[in-house]
Design a protein around this ligand. Structure first.
Ligand code: FAD
Ligand code: UDP
Length: 387
């Protein structure tokens, strides 16, 4: 009855399912364990009518044309240049640290001089990871790097990861480089904003196709079994493609131990006032136990009475009921453990691992959409699974 099965209805699963149905003429079953589609991009109105992101703030940003074109089939966009401020001892400064931030931190004469030094060392418009900037031997540049490290990265990273910036992957802190320009935007991408009617509406359109069936509230482990050389679906061998976008250790009862993740506790608060912080995101980089406060109406552009915010409290994922694994912890040891689980799929040529969880990677929405599109094209073209 089904040609392909996709497990998980996040951006990875929804993209692959749509492409396989629409361009691969396949009958696709999507199995989702939550009661809703959309994975961590899911949004909904709270009891006050404010559109919130249930699993933390998601800003779409991309420079990948193919991704933008694909998603634009399912939504219009509310474009804006996303800006973030850091609260450093009560003062708000732009993050990523840029030349505007420099002028807020130092007096004019010093900031003018330092700006020239930075531009001549790195060039206008360049983006330098903090761990690179710290290696600079010019004492004035080093002093800037120390300021940024101490006031933007150290405490925030300790909260988010329970580790120092030196201890975590460079790729992670490199996502928020020091920017040698007067551009306050958090991302440098050409397209940035929100699906105009929200993410859930976009996902509904993606999965609304006559050849796609969605089962929510269904854990795939109730329906599928991954044996060493075949997959069983409801007890029968299933030879069509199976795209898995959930955590891979859980498929095998974590026999080698759990893959470590950081999780988040989201604390939502509503206020009967027009505005709480007057902007979308404030990172608390030196104080508080939470990492950031998001005020949704400034992200979504929604014109609504009252306002809802969310504070994010990071903690180590344990796998306990109700906890959600959000961030893979990228290091060699965890990569080795991941590989032990991935090897269990070595003889399952019809099973594909896709997404933040199944690949144990730190993908943004656009990167995983591109990967899902490529994977579906590869499958449709009848190429062999790359293993
Ligand atoms: P998910 O969205 O996690 O989807 C996986 C789905 O699989 C889930 O719905 C899950 O319920 C389901 N599933 C798991 N196991 C099973 C099972 N056994 N049976 C059935 N279903 C199962 N990216 C951006 O580009 N911009 C942002 O601003 C941004 N902000 C973020 C903020 C936070 C707090 C976090 C954690 C991530 C953020 N991201 C952002 C990244 C973005 O969330 C991911 O790129 C994206 O959600 C990955 O999609 P996915 O489909 O791989 O995974
Ligand atoms: N980071 C930080 N201070 C900030 C912003 C980011 O220390 O104000 C570090 C932190 O380690 C974080 C990483 O940079 O986990 C990546 O930040 P990003 O905003 O990309 O994280 P995400 O939005 O994915 O949670």
């Amino acid at each position: 009855m089904y040609d392909s099965i996709v497990i998980g209805s996040g951006i990875a699963g929804a993209t692959a399912a749509r492409k396989l149905a629409q361009e691969g003429n396949r009958n696709v079953l999507v199995i989702e364990k939550r009661s809703h589609i959309g994975g961590n991009c899911y949004d909904r109105k709270d009891s006050h009518g404010v559109l919130i992101h249930e699993y933390g703030p998601h800003i779409f940003h991309t420079g990948i044309e193919k991704v933008f074109q694909f998603l634009s089939e399912f939504t219009d966009w509310y474009f804006f240049g996303h800006e973030v401020a850091a609260n450093v001892s009560g003062k708000l400064i732009p993050v990523p640290f840029n030349l505007n931030t420099l002028h807020m931190v130092y007096d004019k004469e010093k900031a003018d001089r330092l700006e020239k030094v930075l531009v001549s060392e790195y060039g206008e418009g360049s983006r330098i990871p903090i761990m690179e900037l710290r290696k600079n031997e010019n004492p004035e540049v080093k002093a800037i790097a120390d300021y940024v490290y101490e006031n933007i990265f150290l405490h925030y990273t300790m909260k988010q990861w329970g580790q120092t910036p030196e201890e975590i992957s460079k790729e992670v802190t490199g996502r928020v480089p020091v920017v040698i320009s007067h551009d306050n935007r958090y991302f440098g991408d050409k397209y940035q904003g929100m699906p105009r009617e929200g993410y859930t509406y976009m996902f509904e359109n993606m999965l609304n196709h006559p050849s796609i069936t969605v089962w929510t509230d269904t854990d795939c482990r109730e329906k599928l079994e991954f044996l060493p050389d075949k997959v069983l679906f409801q007890g029968q061998e299933f030879t069509g493609e199976v795209i898995y976008t959930g955590p891979i250790d859980e498929l095998f009862d974590c026999v080698y131990g759990r893959l470590p993740y950081r999780s988040l506790d989201f604390q939502f608060e509503h206020f009967d006032q027009d505005s709480f912080q007057g902007r979308s995101v404030v990172n608390y980089t030196v104080s508080e136990d939470f990492t950031r406060i998001t005020e949704f109406k400034y992200l979504t552009g929604q014109d609504v009475k009252g306002t809802t915010i969310v504070k994010e409290y990071p903690f180590a994922y344990t796998g306990a009921l109700g906890e959600i694994p959000y961030y893979a912890i990228l290091n060699e040891e965890n990569q080795k453990l991941y590989k032990k689980y991935a090897d269990k799929f070595a003889n399952l040529s019809n099973v594909y691992l896709l997404g933040r969880l199944a690949e144990y990677k730190y993908y943004n929405i656009d990167a995983i959409t591109e990967r899902a599109l490529d994977m579906a094209e590869h499958i449709i073209a009848g190429k062999q699974n790359g293993k």
